[in-house]
Write a protein that binds this ligand. Structure first.
Ligand code: NAD
Ligand code: G3P
Length: 324
């Protein structure tokens, strides 16, 4: 199965390395000419994943059409750009494996649903889980969910991408796998705020638990299965990103907690903090299905410039309620 990768950021590059591990050729499309040059001439993505030497079997291209001979495409562009990038490629019925984590602004669709709209003939799969790109690239042990409604294709993809230190768990809950990854990015911002504002470890643990309750309520309302949300792509990824400054979302939250403005921090950065874009859409999507997500609402308020102490005070002052 020849793999193509759409997106030359840190995660697309690390996944290209995963796919190339057995010696198979992998073609990676990158939007930036300097990324293409860096990979093809220096065997390194010095822009988004510096310090990692890539095998000769990974070739980069700036031409999306070059991916047309691939047997499966890993889609690793940021969530808000998946529609436009996929719209530029004529991949027919080639399976698309969505690896971005987010909800599209305007449509409130998960990225797999966006891909299904753009390429109705293509089988859709989702790869998601607790996966910092630099750890995967370093060959450190990692486990992910590989979800696909077509069990045979899902198993084939899971086997193709698995490696000695990269364990893939097959699932057919595509929506569940996507919702975990999208929602945890927003909750990671909240946990970063706790860190930045010095609110303590009790508060962070409470946010992880109550955030998981929000993820579960929203996921069930959108058709996810509870066991998927409690698995690698949900709770697993939530725990990872809510407890590490390696997370861009967590780090953005730390800045917010220290009183910096979101727009200032997001301006001019080349790397993506998906939670900042997902948060406002998630607020609308939750309201559309009648699900309360107070932590997510608080993140939206902070991203829009609200005062940290006031937002935290309002969260704590809500009427007492039952846990479940
Ligand atoms: N980095 C990780 O550890 C990691 C792990 C799992 C999932 N992800 C997810 O993978 C996706 C990609 O993240 P990343 O970390 O590889 O990116 P990155 O932050 O390393 O790089 C930014 C990426 O955004 C792309 N980009 C910027 N503007 C664009 C535009 N207008 N159109 C198309 N692409 C554009 C750039 O080409 C680049 O590929 C995100 O959804 C992220 O949540 C990342
Ligand atoms: O750096 P973040 O916050 O985008 O997180 C990266 C991955 O999603 C972790 O699984």
């Amino acid at each position: 199965m020849k793999i193509g990768v759409i997106g030359g950021g840190a995660w697309g590059t690390a996944l290209a390395q995963v796919a190339a591990r057995g010696g198979e050729p992998v073609l990676l499309w990158a939007r930036e000419a300097d990324v293409v040059t860096s990979i093809n001439t220096r065997r390194e993505n010095s822009v988004f994943l510096s310090g990692v030497t890539l095998p000769d079997t990974i070739r980069a291209t700036g031409v999306l059409g070059d991916l047309s001979g691939c047997d499966a495409l890993l889609v690793v562009a940021p969530a808000q750009h998946v529609r436009s990038v996929l719209g530029e490629i004529d991949s027919g019925a080639t399976p698309l494996v969505l690896c971005a984590k987010g909800i599209e602004a305007g449509t409130q669709l998960l990225v797999g649903q966006v891909a299904g709209q753009v390429h109705p003939q293509a089988p859709i799969a989702v790869l998601s889980g607790p996966t910092f790109a630099h750890e995967v690239a370093a060959g450190q042990p990692t486990a992910v969910t590989l979800a696909c409604e077509d069990d045979a294709l899902g198993t084939a993809l899971a086997e193709r991408l698995a490696g000695p230190a990269f364990r893939t768990y097959a699932s057919n809950d595509v929506i569940g796998a996507e919702i975990g990854g999208a929602v945890k990015n927003v909750l990671a911002i909240a946990c970063g705020v706790v860190e930045g504002a010095g609110l303590g470890q009790n508060a962070r643990a409470a946010l992880i638990a109550r955030g998981f309750a929000e993820m579960t309520r929203f996921g069930l309302a959108r058709g996810a299965r509870a066991e998927t949300l409690a698995g690698l792509s949900g709770l697993g990824d939530l725990v990872l990103t809510c407890s590490s400054t390696s997370s861009r979302n967590f780090s953005l939250g730390v800045g917010l907690g220290q009183g910096r403005s979101a727009s200032e921090m997001l301006a001019d950065r080349r790397t993506v903090a998906e939670g900042a874009f997902t948060a406002p859409v998630l607020c609308q999507a939750a309201s559309a299905v009648g699900v309360a997500m107070p932590v997510v609402d608080a993140v939206c308020a902070l991203l829009a410039g609200a005062d940290v102490r006031e937002v935290v005070g309002a969260l704590l002052a809500r009427p007492l309620t039952r846990e479940a």
